[in-house]
Structure formats: C-alpha cells, structure tokens
Design a protein around this ligand. Structure first.
Ligand SMILES: [Zn+2]
Length: 465
C-alpha cells in the first residue's frame, strides 16, 4: 500500500464493517479524508500506510457504522403530554392539536432535541415522516447538530375520512395543496448536503391514487425514496380495504403505485397476498416494533416483518414518535424486534443479533435510498461511524462484538459519533451545539405548548409539590 494522507484515523477498534462479506476486525482501523472513508484494514496495515492529522484510539472498543432511523416525528417535546393509558384515537387527536399549534420556535426546539437524542444513541441518519410544519427551518436546525437526514414536505394528503381525527386546519386535506407542495424539499439535493429531500406523504389511507401516482413519479424521476405510513393495524387495514375494494398493497400493485423506491412504514396488518406484492415490488419496509407493542397494536401480533426479511425484502428499524416509540434509539428498537420475534415464534433461532445490525445499518441505508453512500464502513462511503467504550461493566469482557453490541452494550457505551467525517458527539456531549441551550429551548417550548393546548400531566399517584 502506498502512503496515504488522512484527516482522521480511528485505531485500535473492534471493527464491525458491515461490508459485503460482513468482515470484522479484532484490531482494526479506519482512515477518513474529508467526509469519506478512504481505507479500512487491520490496525497494523493502516498505521503503516496512512499519515493521519488526527488519531482517535478506540481502546479496543466496538466501532460500527452509524444507525439509520427510517421513520421519525420530531416531537419529543410532547413527552408526557398524552396520558400513558389514553386510547390511540385520543393520542392522535392530541397530535392533531399539537401539529396545528406548533410555531417556528417549537419546531426548532423539537428538531434540535430529537437530533441530539438520536446522535447520543448512535443514529447518524434519519428520515422524517412528513409531519414538519416548517421543513426549511427544521432542515437548518438538524444540520446544525451535524446529523444526516432526509425530509419531505408537510402533511400531504387529499382523502377526507369519516370521523377524521387527523383533520388539521393549517394542513387541510387538499389535492391542490398537496400537489403544489409535493417535491418541494428535492431542492436540497445538489452537491452533498447533510439534509436531503425525499418524497413523503402522510399515508394511512389519506392519499388518493392520483396523489400517490404523482409522489411515486417524482421519487422515481429523482432517484429518491417515497415514504408514507401504511397498514398500521387492522382498523386502517380494513378501512383501506373498504375504500379501495381490495387490500391496499394489492390495489397499489395493480395500479402501478409501487416501485423499489417505496419505503412504507409500520406495515403490520398485511395479508399473505400483500407480502407477496411487497416482495415483488422490491420496496422497503419500516418496522417500528416499540410503537406497535406500546400502543398495543393487535396487528403487531401477526405482523410479517420477519417473514419479509427472510424473503429478501429490505426491512429497517425506526423509532417513530417519542410518545409511542419511547426513545429515539435504534439499539432499543432492534432488541425489541429480536425479543418480540423470538417470543412470537417460540424460538431463539427466529431472530439473531446479526439480524439487528443488518436492519439498523444496511437495511436502514437501503430504505432511505443511500446504501451506496452509508450503511457500512468501506472506502468511498461517507464516514458515519460510532465508537463505543470498553470502560463499562457491560462492555466487559467482549468475546463477540455483534452479540455484545446488541445484548449488553446499550447507548451508554457510545463515546464518539462521527458523521460526514466530523466528530459530532463526544464524551456525552454534542460538539456543534450547546446541549444546555437546546434543553432550555425544549423546556420553554413545552411550557408554551402545554399552556396553549390546556394540557396537564396525568397524575395517577398523589403528587406532592
Ligand atoms: Zn409515524
């Protein structure tokens, strides 16, 4: 190997590459120049061939590709706003009021807080679910933290539903409004921006075939993904069936509304025929295991994510919203998916630790349309890398890094997060923004929002103040 110059080398790493052959190095190193990975190898090889401006010694800790969270709503400032025992319809109605009332400073606070939470948990790329009221402002706030992400346009929908709890005055269901806004965020996709645009509809039965056709055409033309909520539970599954005269995914397939650029979220309530068309379309599926379980979604009991994975469908993991998904933490989602799969299938063989890493890295990268750029630690890809410490009881002793990562080394073990070649999280703190400032903004936003919506914390036990 010839002498190579690098801006940063991560050495002495128990390195999980997630490359095509899934190689991992007991003592490996990664060299980074600018925003890209330029060399990967044994520590000895890299030390002998790369001149580095800066070296991070991982101390034998686990190093892996950043996680990709493929479906998030930026609203962790709404934590506690909805009683834990409230029905899903009450939750959605509160969300509607929340989304109708959010102002710029609220969206900025929520975006900053969410992005810091994701970085702290090893997520280096997200896809927002189409519920930002001020996408330009949110893109700027997200980029300020150094995270990578994809966003679409807000609340695009055109099918009015009976008893519509999602009705919002500021985003009425209108085909004209939706078509006017559709694709607006694709303006970002010049050069190598941290925050890119994709095509997002709200979904869950709220889009006509015409709107879906326009969304898919834009996504296919621009080589980006088209994302929407789909088939969360038996309620919207059967509502779709009643409206369309057949199961939703079969209807979409029959009407040319699916392609490999489709990335649909939840997908709990699917029939065998729908699973077959998903596979045939080559599309991606987003699995939000914690949301499904915490909302008590009946459809989660017979969901087919595992079957789709085994059939070669790209499945990824997502946190959804803070109220249902608990934490913006792909490690938690992966462990939940593993445990749920084993319990449901009554077999340890149903789902492995390796499966968790597949979904969290390469699966996520493919689901956001960026597998050629992220999802593994390989020369030519963006340097989106997580470094974990060994200096914790649960990180000792490491015999298998994949097992250690999935079962024992939670987010507490994350010491450094690199996105686009830059250290953006280090020693429990973000490097680009002041965490205390973000927490202040979030607390102020919560005070304003709760006052505006007359929300009060649920108190099951006597509160002494
Ligand atoms: Zn969602």
């Amino acid at each position: 190997m010839t002498d190579m110059h690098a801006d940063l080398v991560v050495r002495n790493a128990y390195l999980i590459t997630m490359n095509d052959s899934r190689e991992y190095f007991e003592r490996g190193a990664v060299a980074i120049a600018g925003n890209k990975i330029v060399a990967v190898g044994t520590d000895r090889e890299i030390a002998g061939s790369v001149k580095a401006a800066r070296v991070i010694d991982a101390g034998g800790g686990i190093v892996h590709p950043g996680f990709v969270d493929t479906h998030v709503h930026f609203m962790n400032t709404a934590r506690g706003a909805i009683p834990d025992s409230a029905e899903t319809s009450v939750m959605m109605n509160t969300f509607r009021r929340w989304w109708d009332s959010v102002e710029e400073e609220d969206e900025r606070a929520a975006t900053l807080l969410n992005c810091l939470e994701m970085l702290s948990n090893g997520t280096t790329c997200f896809l927002e679910a189409g519920t930002l009221q001020f996408p330009d402002l949110a893109a700027e706030a997200a980029a300020a933290t150094g995270i990578r992400g994809l966003i679409g346009d807000p609340f695009l929908w055109d099918v009015p539903l009976a008893g519509d709890t999602h009705a919002m005055t500021r985003a009425p269901r209108s085909r004209k409004r939706s078509l006017d806004l559709l694709g607006g965020q694709l303006k970002r996709n010049k050069g190598e921006p941290l925050i890119r645009g994709c095509v997002v509809l709200f979904g869950l039965g709220s889009a006509s075939d015409e709107l879906m056709r326009a969304a898919l055409a834009l996504a296919d033309d621009h080589h980006v993904v088209f994302s929407q909520h789909q088939s969360f539970d038996t309620h919207d599954g059967s509502a779709d069936e009643k409206r369309l005269g057949q199961r939703a995914m079969c209807h979409y397939a029959d009407h040319g509304l699916l392609s490999e650029n489709c990335t649909f979220s939840h997908m709990n309530d699917l029939t065998a025929d729908e699973v077959a068309v998903v596979r045939q379309a080559g599309m991606s599926v987003v699995w939000c295991p914690v949301t499904s379980m915490s909302l008590g979604a009946e459809a989660a009991q017979h969901a087919h994510h595992l079957e789709m994975m085994r059939a070669g469908v790209t499945v990824s993991l997502a946190s959804d919203g803070a109220v249902s998904g608990c934490r913006y933490d792909i490690g938690l989602q992966g462990l939940a998916a593993l445990l749920a799969s084993r319990a449901k299938n009554q077999s340890k063989l149903a789902f492995s630790a390796e499966d968790v890493l597949e979904l969290a890295t390469r699966g996520g990268a493919k689901a956001v349309g960026m597998l050629d750029k992220i999802g593994s630690i390989e020369p030519g890809k963006y340097a989106d890398i997580v470094i974990r410490t060994t200096d914790l009881p649960e990180a000792q002793p490491i015999t298998d890094p994949v097992q250690a990562l999935v079962y024992s080394c939670g987010s507490k073990s994350i010491s450094t997060v690199i996105v686009n070649g830059e250290v953006v999280w280090s020693g429990g703190q973000p490097t680009r923004v002041e965490a205390a400032m973000v927490y202040d903004l979030a607390r102020s936003s919560r005070r304003r929002m709760w006052a505006k919506l007359s929300l009060a914390p649920e108190s099951k036990w006597p509160l002494v103040v």
